[in-house]
Design a protein around this ligand. Structure first.
Ligand SMILES: [Zn+2]
Length: 379
């Protein structure tokens, strides 16, 4: 057996750790560009950094990060710090890379850009997540949308790994229930998909099992009572674990659909994954039962079911039912609610089939099976 597991990110985790950000940041630079979202919740933390600020209020576009990189260059920044959700972290990560690599995102973007390699080390980048979902604080890619192409694509390089991930679960306590649901279900997807992935490996497995266990016990509680500190801590940890797992074991069909769907609508990434997750699981299990009944991922889906339900006898289908019931309880809207139309589906299926995440799905799916996944999530 051979596997690789890489991370070069220093991880600092714990309630109240955000207060140490100014001290920790000084080791990396003295003139930070702080990227943050529209929310004013972290205003005190940002002002303690005495810095240049840049707002990234929605999921980052190529124009936004080009502008951010220009600001970093003009202000002579030597460090980029993102304080926010996955979008803000991805924006900062891309800005840090572009600030030293010439500033034009389309030169480096996969799929719609030239896909050039990032060769110059980015400005040191610190990620301080305020949601518990994407795990972007420990991944090496930034998802950007190009409205002109109506798709989302990644800037990706091992050099883009954040130097420091400062994960303070207290920062997530103020999140409203809907965001808690979407981001939490994204985290769950990012633990299930690497666990059943064709690139699964023992170290990522251990992380996935522990992360899924924490979500099983905590996502409902965090949704119904945002101030439940223990639940928020579990969710922040599960999100971090999901990021480590996906960066080292890949994803699957749910994320394969999330990129073309994200380019078509302005739905938050987590909401798309949440709507798709039970359908992706069901189609994968059915496809393996039909075509590959000895596939090792079938037993893995049963393990997921046992962790989620807490029942030793649970079968793969019970895990799918558990996720379906959770999505219902957390009021996850169907894809239709985000403006996706039936007519869009054939093109979306084509794009999902070639998406990089889909390549790690436990087995290749037919066009008909892919259509079943996305059509099931429509209503
Ligand atoms: Zn995701």
């Amino acid at each position: 057996m051979r596997f690789e597991f890489a991370t070069a990110t220093r991880i600092v985790f714990g309630d109240g750790t955000a207060a140490s950000l100014p001290d920790l940041a000084r080791a990396f630079g003295t003139r930070p560009l702080v990227v943050s979202g529209a929310s004013q919740r972290q205003a005190a933390l940002i002002s303690a950094l005495a810095c240049e600020t840049f707002f990234a209020s929605e999921e980052p576009t190529v124009d936004l990060v080009r502008e951010g990189a220009r600001r970093a260059q003009q202000a002579g920044c030597d460090l980029v710090i993102s304080i926010g959700g996955g979008s803000v972290i991805d924006a900062g990560k891309a800005i840090a890379a572009l600030a030293t690599n010439g500033g034009e995102p389309l030169e480096f973007l996969e799929v719609v850009g030239k896909g050039r390699t990032i060769t110059v080390p980015p400005l040191p980048f610190i990620a301080v997540p305020t949601t518990a979902g994407t795990g972007s604080e420990v991944t090496r890619n930034a998802v950007l949308s190009s409205p002109a192409h109506r798709v989302k694509a990644s800037l990706r390089s091992p050099l883009m790994l954040p130097r420091l991930a400062l994960v303070d679960p207290e920062l997530t306590c103020a999140l409203p229930p809907a965001i808690t649901a979407y981001t939490g279900l994204d985290a769950l997807t990012q633990l299930i998909e690497p666990y059943v992935s064709s690139r699964a490996n023992p170290l990522a497995d251990a992380i996935c099992v522990e992360g899924i266990r924490r979500i099983a016990g905590s996502l409902r509680r965090a949704y119904h009572d945002g101030d439940d500190r223990d639940a928020r801590r579990d969710m922040a940890m599960a999100s971090l674990f999901g990021g480590l797992a996906l960066a080292n074991a890949g994803l699957g069909v749910v994320h394969g659909f999330a990129s073309p769907l994200g380019g078509q609508s302005n739905a938050p990434h987590g909401a798309l994954c949440a709507a798709l997750l039970p359908h992706g699981m069901a189609v994968n299990v059915r496809a393996m039962l039909a075509r590959a009944p000895r596939h090792p991922a079938l037993e893995r889906y049963a393990v997921v079911a046992r962790i989620l339900t807490g029942r030793n006898q649970a079968a793969a289908e019970d895990g799918i039912e558990w996720v379906r019931a959770l999505c219902h309880e957390l009021s996850v809207p169907p894809l239709r609610a985000w403006g996706i139309a039936e007519d869009d589906l054939p093109a979306i299926v084509q794009n999902a089939a070639v998406a990089s995440s889909t390549q790690a799905n436990p087995l290749p799916l037919t066009t008909e099976e892919l259509t079943t996944v996305v059509a099931g999530a429509m209503c």
